[in-house]
Design a protein around this ligand. Structure first.
Ligand code: BV8
Length: 236
C-alpha cells in the first residue's frame, strides 16, 4: 500500500470533512444552506455590505460554536504524522482552530480564521474570543482613533485566499500531497492537486465519499477521517 512517508516532503490540505466528526457542520450539510441562505450568498463581501447583521449572525454563531467543539482522532492523527515525515506542511481551508488544538503547528489557514476579527480601516487582525466579542452587536476595533466595525477575518467568495505564494511553492515542490475531507468544489484549493500531479508528487485522497475531482488522485481512501486516518498514518 503506497510508499512510507518517513523522510518524505509531505503537504496536507484539509477541508470541512476533517472537522465533521467534531460536530462542525460541513458546507454541504443541509445542502449548503444556513437559515435557508446559500452559504455562497452569505460568505461574500457583497452580503456584508447588503445585510451586515445577517452575515455577522452567521459568523458569531460559528465563533461561539468553537467553544463547544473538540478535535477528533483525525486531527490528532495528523499531528502524529508531522512527527513521522521528513517535513510536513499543513494547509487548511477550515476556519476553525481544531488543527492547532489537535497539536498541529504551524497551520496555514488559506481561508482565514474564526477566532480573529479584522479592522476594515487598517486591515489589522486580532483574536477576539471573549464573551463581549461573541455578542449579537457588532464589535469595534481597538486600533483606530474613532473605533470602526470589525469584520470576520475570513476569505469570502470572490476574495483572494491567503498565503497563495507559499502554498503554490510548497505544493509545487512536495513528494506527497494528501487531501483530507474536501469536496473539491472551491477554487483555487481544489486545483492544488493538479499542481502536485504536475510536479510528479504522489497524490492521496482521504474522504467520506468520492468528490468530483477524485480522478486527480493516485490513491483514494473512502471513509470517515476520524476512523480511517489513524490507521493510515500508522502504516505511513
Ligand atoms: C478566488 C471561508 C480569485 C468562508 C471559504 C464567481 C464569483 C467569484 C468567485 C467565483 C465565482 N465562481 C467561482 C468562483 C471561485 C470561487 C469558487 O470556487 N466558488 C465555488 C463555489 C464554485 N472561489 C473563490 O471565490 C475564492 N477566491 O477565486 O479569488 C483568485 C484565485 C486565486 C488567486 C487569485 C485570485 C475564495 C474561496 C474561499 C471562500 N471561502 N471559506 C467560511 O468558512 O465561512 S470556502 C468554504 O467552502 C470552506 O472554507 C471550504 O473551502 C469550502 C467548502 O469546501 P470543503 O472544505 O470541501 O467542504 P464541503 O462541505 O464542500 O465538503 C466536505 C467534504 O468532506 C465532502 O466531500 C464530504 O464527503 C467530506 N466529509 C464529510 N464528513 C467527512 C468527510 N470526509 C472525511 N471524514 C468525514 N467525517
Amino acid at each position: 500500500m503506497g510508499m512510507t512517508l518517513k523522510d518524505r516532503k509531505v503537504v496536507v490540505l484539509t477541508g470541512a470533512g476533517i472537522s465533521a466528526e467534531s460536530g462542525v457542520r460541513t458546507f454541504r450539510d443541509n445542502d449548503g444552506l444556513w437559515e435557508n441562505h446559500r452559504i455562497e450568498d452569505v460568505a461574500t463581501p457583497e452580503a456584508w455590505v447588503r445585510d451586515p447583521s445577517l452575515v455577522w449572525r452567521f459568523y458569531q454563531a460559528r465563533r461561539r460554536q468553537l467553544l463547544e467543539v473538540e478535535p477528533n482522532p483525525a486531527h490528532f492523527a495528523l499531528a502524529g504524522l508531522e512527527r513521522k515525515c521528513g517535513s510536513l506542511v499543513l494547509i487548511t481551508q477550515n476556519v476553525d482552530d481544531l488543527h492547532e488544538r489537535g497539536g498541529s503547528e504551524p497551520v496555514i489557514h488559506m481561508h482565514g480564521t474564526l477566532r480573529s476579527l479584522r479592522c476594515q480601516e487598517t486591515g489589522l487582525s486580532e483574536v477576539r474570543m471573549d464573551e463581549r466579542d461573541l455578542v449579537e452587536d457588532f464589535v469595534l476595533c481597538n486600533c483606530c482613533a474613532v473605533a470602526s466595525r470589525m469584520r470576520p477575518d475570513i476569505v469570502w467568495f470572490g476574495e483572494i485566499p491567503l498565503e497563495m505564494g507559499v502554498i503554490q511553492r510548497e505544493v509545487g515542490d512536495c513528494e506527497v500531497f494528501i487531501v483530507i475531507g474536501s469536496s473539491g468544489h472551491v477554487y483555487p484549493a481544489a486545483g492544488l492537486v493538479n499542481l502536485a500531479n504536475s510536479n510528479g508528487a504522489h497524490t492521496i485522497l482521504v474522504n467520506f465519499e468520492l468528490p468530483i475531482n477524485s480522478n486527480d488522485f493516485d490513491e483514494v481512501h473512502i471513509g470517515k477521517a476520524g476512523e480511517i486516518l489513524p490507521e493510515l498514518v500508522e502504516n505511513w
